[in-house]
Design a protein around this ligand. Sequence first.
Ligand SMILES: [Zn+2]
Length: 733
Amino acid sequence: MKPTETQKVPRRGKRIGECLVEAGLIDHETLAKALEIQKSQKKKIGQILIEMGVADDVTIAKALAEQLKLPFVTLKKKKISNEVIKLVPAELSENYLLIPLKVENRKLVVAMVNPLDLYALDDLRFVTNIAIQIAVAPQQDILDAIERYYPKPGLEKGFETETDEEHGVELIRRVETDEKDLLRLMQIAELPPVVRLANSILADAIKLKASDVHIEPQKTAVIIRYRIDGIMREIMQTDKHVHASLVSRIKILSNMDISIRRKPQDGRFQLKFSGDIYDMRVSSIPTSYGEKLTLRILNPKAAAMGIGELGFSGRELEIFENSIDAPQGIILVTGPTGSGKSSTLYACLNRINTSSVNIVTVEDPVEFDIKGISQIQINPAAGVTFASGLRSILRQDPDVVMIGEIRDGETASIALQAAQTGHLVFSTLHTNDAPAAITRLIDLGVEPFLIADALLMVAGQRLVRGICQHCKIPHDLSFQFISKLPIDINGAKEKTFWKGAGCEKCQYTGYSGRLGIFEVLKITPAIKRMIVPDVSASKIRTAAIKEGFRPMCLDGISKAIQGLTTVEEVFRVSPPGPELLEQQYISTPISREEKLVEEPPAGPSFAIKNVNPKKILVADDNQIIIKLLVNILESENYHVVSAADGLEALKLAHQEKPDLIITDYLMPEMGGMELIKKLKSQLSTRVIPIIMLTAKDEVEFEVAAIDAGADDYVTKPLDARRIVARVARLLNR
Ligand SMILES: [Zn+2]
């Protein structure tokens, strides 16, 4: 459902006007007049009737209360405790004209002007997480009470950036471009429940040190996943109906166009959490179930790291630092996406960034703003590519140039030429290891002599997960494996290896945080001589090892011995190279202790689900009704399972995972209301839509059923066309 539509179209249930006609307070003609006025004035119908002089607010409230069999209350003499007021945010009270009165029998009693406002009930339940008991109060009473209990802050306060004290999140919004057009959608996106949900998703992501947040719509649910330490983890599922507003909320924050839903978009915003400002890069892509959002969280601290903090050890650090201090030449960092290459480059820039050095970067995107450095963002649509950006940079005669990535021959050639003519150049290449950088440059068409002349050093790197230091225990690797290590690194054969046992702090994964493992290839005279058109990476590698080059996986093992990571983790990101395997380095693969899911599991289950008929669970103690429903639904190609009472229905709901449930109101063992409450209280069954079926055609039953969490309400006697239409509507929602 689009948010615009949910606001305009009255949902299930009666409207207040019809109810007042039934109560005998007004006639159809008056209602028609009032509705006509409403079209132009956009006021609430009660307010219009008051202004028309048809009735006052007290009479309307009394009539509604009587008609709906709800208590009528006045508020003038009522004292409401602060604890109760705090349960409902001011915006919600003002928006829906309601006020919480008390908590009684584990229910929040709320006085409302319009008890038929199901949006209000949905939001109240969402925000308070308590069952709601409705009372009706006159409009003026509620307005007065809101003024009394929710005092308005000073005007200037409204202009401050909003804060959510609960999560300590402060959102720093960029300037809106077209305020008016966005206003309506913004209103929905800024309802307290949506704001709160978005804030807690962001706050939790930062708390858990996630690098990415994925908001993925599915058929009936929205899945929120975080990437933590490089691994995707499902955090929560929530109702599909919050998807549009949640996505709108984040798109508004990111200054994206919320009216565009079928084209990919990018945006960004900043977020303050515990005193640190985080940059959020947001991208949206359309999927068959709606927009999928991905948020990349950039921690500015990552850009402020020094070379010493990256995790280079001994010999590698020395080569690295010597290369950076060279007056000219090119330094390359290699690795796949997400291996921490950017952090390494930024650390290099931090080291040489003084006022006497002119540093310029060309990046895609500019990940962190660094003081004192000119940073250019590539923009192919505007003709700014790595190559063209680099050309214009070089005209400004910088001392140091950083190129985000070398992807093409043109960029490679310009970069190498610049490195040969008095510039220190830093860049990254997407290769598996350091020696492969040389052959990649040759493949990109750079003259081998140019490479030999300009290249100073190539670093290869990966990120591995660190062992959680709170639950670290010795970990006996197989003796077979350790005894076959070709080199006795730091006396590895006598050393203890470690792993995390899993504790609350690491969410029972045994891992916490990440660190880099590296290999550093120094371009020595011997290596230079090897750079000829048909040289292979493995040949360079073998020669380098003779000169002391230590492959990344050995750096990893050395870090495993230090208790920083596990050997499994090292081999996950950097399997032992051929030169080690040739030495019978490893004869049996290391078993993985946990299944690592880097990407969402492939979707055969989805495909099958789409082809298979939808499953509907029908619960009724009347066998005739069951038979009728089975006939109706099966003729529409649904697969039907049936239960004779509520208890059986609850069991089947968990076992069969139906796509929809139709339940009777009165049943032995467990009634329909209790069944709905139980289904809605559990994450695994919460998303299943439920239709309440009953002979009672009275508004208060409908309100009660919807209040309990039913998604729709159908009265007996059964009408085949009606039930089929309702089922289809809920399943397509
Ligand atoms: Zn732990």
